[in-house]
Design a protein around this ligand. Structure first.
Ligand SMILES: Cc1cc2nc3c(=O)[nH]c(=O)nc-3n(C[C@H](O)[C@H](O)[C@H](O)COP(=O)(O)O)c2cc1C
Length: 334
């Protein structure tokens, strides 16, 4: 069985094998996580947001965000920044590297103060004219290299003043090849329901593909969102945390039961293995902590046990403790 989301589509001439995109998530969508979700079937992955200034000042941590593996392709690098000149330079730096990513995505929606106080993220999205100038600079750097540029926007700064339609139009005029819409205002952060009626208005206004982001928690919900807004693709974000099987559900177009605890633990161990390869055992064990809660929450594993797992100091102890879970709790109903 397959859903309409399993069909390929194209962004600026780049072929994407299906219409399920892994949303950029700071602190989460590193290369290990992206490869893991790729194995679960996502068609396109996006890095965590990368600071344009960090790249220009050759910050080592910032440059680390650009690393990706061939198996991730097609892969987008998401940039944030404020000034056209700075963003154009950052895009050139990204595209001079080998391997070169397939897309550059512009962050016009991040509501975190650290980003917005410098005029980037949603602060840039709120100023459609400056956002278009930034986009034109990045498109100017990317198009000679044949790399399409996309943008990710919110509904606006506040629910009372949505500017997504005007912004998206200007971005298209400035040369973006697709727009992802997260139809919550910046002041809402991640609260409340995403308003995909607004996504529908963006779809109507643009001729480039639109990707719907917000509340994609199941096939049932995704189907409703697609019917409501007519987007070309959907983005999985919080719905995929602890539930990478969401991707298969979206591609197949049917609701999945949660897998057994043994399968969930095996999947978590695969994620740990990928993270170990990227970060080494210590950092990987620390990074995995939040995933323990997300993965184990639906199962009858007591909260105190999850709490203890999160305190595991090293990867070997964690692997051993995780492997023992199915024997202890696996036969209990979810
Ligand atoms: C922890 C976290 C980190 C995020 N980081 C980014 C980011 O770096 N760039 C971005 O454009 N969006 C970011 N987002 C927003 C998501 O990409 C997505 O648009 C949003 O979560 C709405 O989808 P959802 O309701 O399905 O979670 C982040 C969201 C979360 C929960």
């Amino acid at each position: 069985m397959s859903s309409e989301l399993s069909q390929p589509f194209s962004i600026g001439g780049l072929s994407i094998p299906n219409r399920v995109v892994l949303a950029p998530m700071a602190g989460i969508t590193n290369s290990a996580y992206r490869r893991h979700l790729k194995r679960h079937g996502v068609g396109l992955v996006v890095t965590e947001m990368v600071s344009a200034y960090g790249l220009i000042y050759a910050n080592r941590r910032t440059e680390e965000y650009l690393d990706f593996a061939e198996e991730e392709r097609p892969v987008a690098v998401q940039l944030f920044g404020d000034e056209p000149e700075v963003m154009g330079r950052a895009a050139r730096l990204v595209l001079e590297r080998e391997p070169r990513p397939d897309l550059i995505d512009l962050n016009l929606g991040c509501p975190v103060r650290k980003v917005t106080r410098g005029g980037a993220g949603c602060a840039l999205g709120a100023d459609a004219v400056r956002a278009a100038a930034v986009t034109a600079a990045v498109v100017g750097a990317a198009s000679p290299r044949g790399v399409p540029v996309t943008a990710k926007i919110r509904s606006g700064l506040t629910p009372e003043q949505p500017n997504a339609v005007e912004l998206a139009r200007r971005l298209e005029d400035a040369g973006v090849a697709a727009v992802a819409v997260h139809p919550r205002a910046a002041t809402q952060f991640y609260r409340g329901r995403a308003d995909h009626e607004l996504t529908a208005r963006v779809v109507e206004a643009l001729s480039v593909p639109v990707i719907a982001s917000g509340d994609v928690y199941s096939w049932e919900i995704a189907r409703t969102i697609l019917a409501e807004c007519g987007a070309d693709a959907v983005m999985a974000a919080r719905g995929a945390l602890g539930n990478p099987w969401l991707i298969g559900e979206l591609l197949e177009g049917r609701t999945f039961e949660r897998p057994s605890l043994a399968v969930a633990v095996r999947d978590l161990l695969e994620l740990l293995e990928l993270a170990r390869g990227q970060f080494g055992p210590e950092r990987a064990t620390r990074w995995l902590r939040k995933h323990l809660t997300w993965y184990l929450q639906p199962y009858p594993v007591p909260g105190t046990v999850v709490h203890e797992l999160r305190k595991c100091p090293d990867d070997k102890a964690l692997v051993e403790a995780l492997e023992s879970l199915p024997g202890t709790y696996g036969s209990q109903a979810v």
